[in-house]
Ligand binder design. Structure first.
Ligand code: UDP
Ligand code: MG
Length: 309
């Protein structure tokens, strides 16, 4: 299935407060693409940055005709930025990568050649996770365990570094989910896949955008968008609770009949506390899913574009 003519590769780079990285990323990627004779376009998506990211994008776009830019009206998150970039891309294949160059551009060349061989999705998988704190490593591990079970795909080494055929991109663009977990959804669509390993590089400049709080939010959002298990857990808990209730019911009745009823206030208190907290947790979980349904039916756009180049 070798394709004869060189096709355009669209590279989508979401950028949130990355003023120091834009030019460097553009130079590094273009150098490699030009030396490999790959026709390409760079699409920077400024995800509502507070610094001079957009000015940087404007500058490099003036100097290089292959650079395009989209600017969001505010921060909508990386997934929204990826989708926005994909929706304006023109290439026969599209790659998504971080603009801090933690995803090495050399790997992109390998991915492109695999696509030429006929693979429709080329996933970048991490050989190592780069420098991270122990807490971060543990949290990431548990998140991936849950999400891998929910999706039935081993996601522990997956990344947002991917190259996809136009067919795959079109499929992703039809999906109207507001809470989109890009990494899982791009596996969920199927197609002929292969993997390329890469080492996560050090960030060239700036700081990671992920705080512990935002990572936890990310984990909860993505687990609930791929699995209804938390909601079913409520039913499970209810069943376990019913089991104990039956035992206690029988015990109470026996005591009543044998005339030894009055003791057992502590049991009552414990039971009340338990029921109360279980009911509240369960309502919370239900409420969370309802909020998600509400978000989807309101049908607001995933992002709002304020400027384009
Ligand atoms: N990013 C974004 N919107 C956000 C957060 C991050 O577009 O709300 C971009 C960011 O500019 C970078 C990529 O997503 O290009 C990955 O972010 P980061 O490097 O902070 O994450 P890490 O590599 O530490 O996981
Ligand atoms: Mg990064």
């Amino acid at each position: 299935m070798k394709k004869e003519v060189k096709k355009i590769l669209s590279i989508i780079l979401p950028a949130f407060n990355e003023e120091m990285n834009i030019r460097y990323a553009c130079n590094e990627i273009s150098k490699i693409m030009i030396s490999e004779q790959i026709t390409f376009e760079l699409i920077f998506v400024d995800d509502g940055s507070k610094d001079a990211t957009w000015e940087s994008i404007e500058k490099v776009s003036k100097e290089n005709s292959f650079v395009h830019g989209i600017s969001f009206s505010r921060n909508f998150g990386k997934e929204a930025a990826l989708i926005a970039g994909l929706s304006v891309s023109k290439g026969e294949c599209c790659a998504v990568m971080d603009c801090d160059l933690q995803h090495p551009p050399q790997t992109l060349v390998k991915m492109y050649h695999l696509w030429e061989e006929g693979y429709e999705i080329v996933e970048g998988v991490k050989t190592s996770r780069g420098k991270e704190s122990i807490f971060h490593k543990i949290a990431a591990k548990s998140f991936y365990q849950i999400i891998s079970r929910a999706t039935g795909i081993d996601m522990s080494r997956t990344s947002d570094f991917k190259l996809m055929d136009r067919k795959v991109v079109d499929c992703l663009l039809i999906m109207q989910e507001k809470a989109m977990f890009f990494r899982a959804l791009s596996s969920w669509v199927g197609f002929c896949k292969t993997q390329v390993e890469f080492d996560v590089q050090q960030r060239i400049a700036g700081k990671t955008k992920w705080s512990t709080k935002s990572l936890m939010k990310y984990a909860v959002t993505n687990i609930t968008s791929f699995s209804t298990l938390p909601m079913q857990m409520v039913t499970g808990l209810g069943i376990v609770y019913l089991f104990f209730a039956i035992i206690l019911f029988i015990q109470t009745i026996t005591k009543y009949i044998s005339g030894a009823a009055l003791e057992g206030f502590s049991t009552v208190i414990i039971l009340l506390l338990l029921t109360g907290s279980l009911v509240m947790i369960s309502l919370g979980i239900l409420g969370y899913y309802m909020a998600k349904i509400y978000d989807e039916v309101r049908n607001r756009p995933r992002y709002i574009i304020s400027k384009t180049l």
